[in-house]
Structure formats: structure tokens, C-alpha cells
Design a protein around this ligand. Structure first.
Ligand code: SAM
Ligand code: DTB
Ligand code: SF4
Length: 339
């Protein structure tokens, strides 16, 4: 999606390259974020059209291949062993064949990317990591992009995942560096950055974004985007999640994100990271069809497709079919009506 520029037009390519800045300050990003909403969306849409095929929305399917019992204490997460009140069935690592059967099913219903999550603090060498490698190979053999999120990773593990054909590794910064300790105490921002470095060193694409709605300020949101912009190249994929408040977690009582704040964050992300795929991630089930279309106008060009995210419900597939039908050329629908 990022390399659709005309190969012949070096001047245009150069213009586009100039949109990709690595020196954004938090203040500058905050000023963009706080612009009048319609101006903000118009600028995001302009950059989106310069860097992406308009209307192309990637569908990614998610599967939790090992659920719950994670030793980390991420305040938002249903899978942390620290949040004992959460009602969640823990499950060990799924068999490779079961995962690949679900990947094939996801492909059949239109997903182009298959993302697998394991609730580990870090990947550990051994039979379970070998199984993950087999899952990655299997998903690639189905002709889909493969993404995994396994917690911390060292360079040798990243290299093995790369050799298995892994497309991208998801490892979110979640929020800005100042707010981070209010959300997670069992690992540091620098731990996150070290894993991201290992991912990059192995030549794997970086899928890295965060969550809004955890009590952070607009400045914290801008600070996270400033860190993401500092990566050279920018992360290829940037998931923007709205908190799904899970009963039993410390963030259970938080108010839902205002849908227009979600749009604002998507638009700001598009402007700061014009060439990246911006993924409309958790929190989509609370958005109307119209808000989701607005997010796409503001630069979102990927979403999670399927009835569940990792442990929480996603926008139902039936509703997504209606969304994609509404996005299709009107002629197609007229034709359907005439049948
Ligand atoms: N264990 C992996 C790791 O260390 O990166 C992460 C798996 S986690 C479930 C993937 C991402 O989903 C998190 O980094 C967070 O940004 C997002 N996420 C998790 N729970 C969420 C929730 N309740 N609401 C919104 N986003 C959430
Ligand atoms: C990401 O940023 N969001 C996805 C994916 N990466 C792995 C996960 C969302 C999880 C939402 C909460 C749950 O279902 O447990
Ligand atoms: Fe564990 Fe990842 Fe959940 Fe944090 S977000 S508790 S690391 S599964």
C-alpha cells in the first residue's frame, strides 16, 4: 500500500518523501491534534490521498493463540495475571493445525492479514516458540500476511521469525513516555524500544501504536506519536485502539472514548505518519458506521475483521459486511436491489 507512487515520477516521489518527517516535536503534534476538526480531517485526507490508494482498506484477522495468565500488569489488559477479578478462561498455546484452520477460514471470508497474539511477558526458546514459527510459516503458505505479538523478543528470536517469513511484529508503545508508568509497572518504555530495535534489525515490519481513553492527556497522545515519528523508517503499521474497559481491570470504570476524539487521533496519526498503514483497532464495536467512515476519511486504512479481537468482542462481521457494502460503488447496490 505504501509503494503505489508512480515509479516514473521522481519529482512526485521526492515531494512525498518530504512529508515523512522524523523530527516532529510534541508541541507541533499537539498543535496539529488541537486544530479545528474539519481542518484537521481535510489535511489528513489530503495526505492520505498522496500516499495511499484511496478506498483501499486492509482486513486483518486476530486470534489469541495463548490466552491469559500474563505476568505483566498492563492496567487495560484482560490477560494480566495481576487482575484477579477478570472473568477470563485461560488457555494454553493452541495446536498449530487448529490455528492454521482458523487462518484459512479468515482468508476465505476476506482477511488479507492474520495476527496471532500470545499473552507472554517474553518469547522463550523451546517447543512453544517452535510452534509459533510453524504457525507463521503456515499462515505465509496460505498467501496471507502474518503478524504476531508475543511480548519481548531478542534479536535471535526476531531473526528466526523473519526466516519463517513473518511480515510484521506488533509491539505497542501504548501511550507517551510520561503516562506509561501509570499504566504498566512491570516493564519500562526502554524495554519496549529494545524489542522494537530487535524487530527492525531482523528486517521485520514494525506494527506499533497505542491506546486512547486510559486517562492520558492530549499531550500524552502527541508524545506517543512523536516517539513513533522518530523511527526511521516510520512503523509500517500503526494500530490506534480505543480502550475497551474490561470488568476486573483497573481501567474498568473509564468512560468510553468520544468517537470524535477517536477521529481526531486517527487524523493526527495520518498527518504525522503519512506513509504508514493506520489501523482502526480495538473500540470499533462502539462506533457507528458513519463514525467509522469518518475515520477512513481521516486516514484509517486497515481494521480488524472478525467477531472477536483477542478476548473481547469486535464489531460483528455482519455489521462489517454492511459497512463494506455501503462503501462499494452505488451501482453494485442498485444492481443488488434490482435482483
Ligand atoms: N503481550 C503483547 C505485548 O506485550 O505487546 C500484547 C498483546 S496486547 C493484547 C496487544 C495490544 O492490544 C496492547 O499493546 C494494547 O495496545 C491493545 N489492547 C490490549 N487490551 C486492550 C483493551 N482492553 N482496550 C484497548 N486496547 C487494548
Ligand atoms: C493492537 O494494537 N490491537 C489488537 C492487536 N494489536 C493485537 C489487540 C486488541 C485487543 C483488545 C482487547 C482484547 O480483545 O483482549
Ligand atoms: Fe500481557 Fe500483553 Fe496483556 Fe500486557 S498487554 S498484560 S504484556 S498480554
Amino acid at each position: 500500500m505504501q509503494d503505489h507512487f508512480s515509479a516514473d515520477d521522481a519529482r512526485v516521489q521526492n515531494d512525498h518523501q518530504q512529508d515523512l518527517r522524523h523530527d516532529w516535536t510534541v508541541e507541533e503534534i499537539l498543535a496539529v491534534h488541537d486544530r479545528p476538526l474539519l481542518e484537521l480531517i481535510a489535511e489528513a485526507a489530503r495526505l492520505h490521498a498522496r500516499h495511499h490508494v484511496n478506498g483501499a482498506i486492509q482486513k486483518a484477522s486476530l486470534l489469541s493463540v495463548k490466552t491469559g495468565g500474563c505476568p505483566e500488569d498492563c492496567a487495560y489488559c484482560s490477560q494480566s495475571a495481576h487482575h484477579k477479578e477478570v472473568d477470563l478462561a485461560k488457555t494454553p498455546l493452541m495446536p498449530v493445525a487448529d490455528v492454521l484452520a482458523l487462518a484459512a477460514r479468515a482468508k476465505n471470508v476476506g482477511a488479507d492479514r492474520f495476527c496471532m497474539g500470545a499473552a507472554w511477558r517474553e518469547a522463550r526458546d523451546g517447543a512453544e516458540f517452535d510452534a509459533l514459527i510453524a504457525m507463521v510459516r503456515g499462515v505465509r503458505d496460505l498467501g496471507m500476511e502474518a503478524c504476531v505479538t508475543l511480548g519481548m523478543l531478542n534479536e535471535a528470536q526476531a531473526q528466526r521469525l523473519a526466516e519463517a517469513g513473518l511480515t510484521a511484529y506488533n509491539h505497542n508503545l501504548d501511550t507517551g513516555p510520561d503516562f506509561y508508568p501509570a499504566i504498566i509497572s512491570t516493564r519500562s518504555y526502554d524495554d519496549r524500544l529494545d524489542t522494537l530495535k530487535a524487530v527492525r534489525a531482523a528486517g521485520i515490519q514494525m506494527c506499533c501504536g497505542g491506546i486512547i481513553g486510559m486517562g492520558e492527556s492530549a499531550r500524552d497522545r502527541a508524545a506517543m506519536l512523536a516517539v513513533l515519528a522518530g523511527f526511521d523508517p516510520h512503523p509500517e503499521s500503526v494500530p490506534i485502539n480505543a480502550l475497551v474497559p474490561v470488568a476486573g481491570t483497573p481501567l474498568a470504570g473509564r468512560e468510553e472514548v468520544d468517537p470524535l476524539d477517536f477521529v481526531r487521533m486517527i487524523a493526527t496519526t495520518r498527518i504525522v505518519l503519512p506513509g504508514s498503514v493506520v489501523r482502526l483497532s480495538a473500540g470499533r464495536s462502539g462506533l457507528s458506521r458513519e463514525t467509522q467512515v469518518l475515520c477512513m476519511v481521516a486516514g484509517a486504512n486497515s481494521l480488524f475483521y472478525g467477531d472477536t479481537l483477542l478476548t473481547t468482542p469486535n464489531a460483528p462481521m455482519g455489521a462489517d459486511e454492511a459497512l463494506f457494502a455501503a462503501l462499494a460503488p452505488l451501482g453494485d447496490r442498485e444492481h443488488m436491489r434490482a435482483k
